[in-house]
Ligand binder design. Structure first.
Ligand code: AP5
Length: 250
């Protein structure tokens, strides 16, 4: 598999009025859901997988964060969603679902997709299942990353995001060459509001209560690929690609 540049995800991040440079349709596009607790490394893997598989990284958290950065007038529903996100709580299903439905073109994309952070509740998973079945869009697999809670808290507390290009690093495990400066673009690094200890606690509780039940939902549907998330991002990527290869040859 070759590494290709990713598109700008304009339709996903800004909504249906924005057009992205559509990748050329693939013969067998990958359509994945990434599951796993906050901080397990879903965003890191989605970026790497996107380059390997030529599929677009569709993160619901990224849409809320893009809206929070401003630049346009927020709808009352989006303003409400941002308030939930800032304290680490899940955004209500109705708001998330409306946002995903508006971006249905991204699910039809001929390059495939990697859903990161959605679905996150059983209601969201059921709604997505009906939508994909109704639109005849087959899922390839649901990749579930697994890591101890101690390691998760360490990854979240040390995460820094670039204010300019949004790339992510870690002050201990993947430190920038110059403190507080992004290696990729020279932008200033900041800590996400929901990576403060009190918000991390709320997020982990929300995961245990609302998202963890999706593991058995997708296991029972025969879609689940469990991947240990210890080791370097490249190790985890390799494990994921190996697992996907097995699924594709079945
Ligand atoms: P979202 O953006 O989806 O956040 P999350 O699920 O909490 O996931 P994170 O982005 O925190 O972690 P990640 O698993 O992507 O880890 P990362 O790769 O960054 O959602 C944010 C909020 O939006 C939610 O709390 C909610 O309010 C709302 N929301 C979004 N979707 C919703 C939905 N569907 N329903 C309701 N509400 C919704 O890695 C973490 C750190 O670890 C980084 O510093 C990274 O550099 C480091 N790292 C990664 N891999 C490794 C490795 N292998 N070794 C060492 N360090 C590593």
């Amino acid at each position: 598999m070759t590494s290709v540049p990713q598109n700008d995800r304009a339709t996903w991040l800004q909504g249906p009025a924005a057009e992205c440079d559509l990748p050329k349709p693939l013969l067998r596009p990958f359509r994945l859901i990434l599951l796993g607790p906050p901080g397990v490394g879903k965003g890191t893997q989605a970026e790497l997988l996107g380059k390997e598989l030529e599929a677009c990284h569709l993160s619901t958290g990224d849409v809320f964060r893009a809206a929070a950065r401003g630049g346009y007038e927020l709808s009352p529903a989006m303003a409400e969603a941002i308030a939930y996100m800032r304290r680490g709580a899940l955004v209500p299903d109705s708001i998330v679902w409306k946002m995903v439905q508006e971006r249905i073109a991204c699910l039809h994309c001929g390059g495939g997709f990697i859903l990161d952070g959605f679905p996150r509740t059983l209601a969201q998973a059921e709604a997505l299942k009906s939508l994909l079945e109704g639109e005849h869009i087959p899922l390839t697999a649901v990749v579930c990353y697994e890591l101890s809670e101690k390691e998760i808290v360490a990854r979240l507390s040390g995460r820094r995001t670039c204010g300019q290009c949004r790339s992510v690093c870690h002050i201990v495990d993947r430190p920038p060459r110059v403190a507080d400066i992004c290696d990729r673009c020279g932008g200033t690094l900041f800590q996400r509001e929901d990576d403060r200890p009190e918000a991390i606690k709320v997020r982990l509780e929300a995961y245990r209560e609302s998202t963890a039940p999706l593991i058995s939902f997708y296991r029972d549907a025969g879609m689940l690929l469990r991947v240990p998330a210890e080791g370097s991002p490249d190790d985890i990527l390799r494990r994921t690609l190996n697992g996907l290869q097995v699924i594709q040859t079945k």
